[in-house]
Write a protein that binds this ligand. Structure first.
Ligand code: C5J
Length: 218
């Protein structure tokens, strides 16, 4: 399949492609979550939920694996670097502290879950990650290799943090990544736009970008 994309057309075989849905969690997308407690306006992020849903439905219809990631930590915080913990507390959103949706950024707490609109199905893969990149200390690479995946369609939040880190990690591992522009977001639109530019520059140095409509047309 060929998608009208930047910096030039993106070609993928649905049988060798997976969809990544990065961190579409209540903690990042809903009022009272970690993202908002850090001082962010969540409107850019909530606005993409319907688009992410469209991409998920489309990729499912093509038989592609759908892989969700969730950023969070073990209840005893043993997988949280002290630096990350310190900085979160300084920002007034201490990881592990009690927040409006349970303990902030802790696996199994209501805030750590995927937003209800995009809830994973039984057959989907859900990756728990403690870092920004989805490959760091996770089984993602093994999952992809088992399925013979060579290309990744990427959606989620936030474009300049977990999404871009994951695309860079994937690129170094040889995956061809397409970021869906209107199914990804940062709290600040400038960060989102800068990330799109960084990914596609120098002839797709990290990957390609396209909008949902172009993916659906392909
Ligand atoms: C952040 C993420 N922004 N999912 N995480 O801390 O991008």
């Amino acid at each position: 399949m060929i998608v009208d994309a930047k910096p030039y057309e993106y070609t993928f075989d649905p049988e060798k492609t997976a969809l990544l849905v990065i961190d579409m969690q209540r903690d990042f997308c809903e009022h009272g979550g970690f993202g908002e407690m850090l001082g962010n306006d969540i409107s850019e992020v909530t606005a993409i939920i319907p688009q992410v849903g469209k991409v998920i439905d489309h990729c499912r219809s093509l038989g592609m694996p759908v892989i969700y990631t969730k950023e969070g930590h073990l209840p005893d915080l043993s997988d949280c670097p002290p630096s990350k913990l310190r900085r979160s507390k300084k920002q007034g959103a201490g990881i592990g502290d009690m927040g409006p949706m349970g303990r902030i950024m802790i696996q199994g707490e209501p805030g750590n879950d995927i937003v209800p609109e995009l809830y994973p199905k039984e057959e989907d893969i859900v990756i728990h990650k403690c870092g920004k990149g989805s490959f760091y200390k996770t089984a993602l690479e093994d999952n992809l290799q088992e399925k013979g995946i060579e290309s990744l369609i990427v959606t989620g939040v936030t474009t300049h943090v977990c999404v871009q880190t994951t695309i860079r990690e994937a690129n170094d591992r040889g995956y061809e990544c397409l970021l869906i522009k209107d199914a990804s977001a940062a709290y600040d639109r400038a960060d989102h736009l800068a990330s799109l530019q960084m990914i596609t520059q120098q002839g797709a140095i990290f990957g390609w970008t396209a909008d949902t409509e172009s993916l659906l047309k392909a």
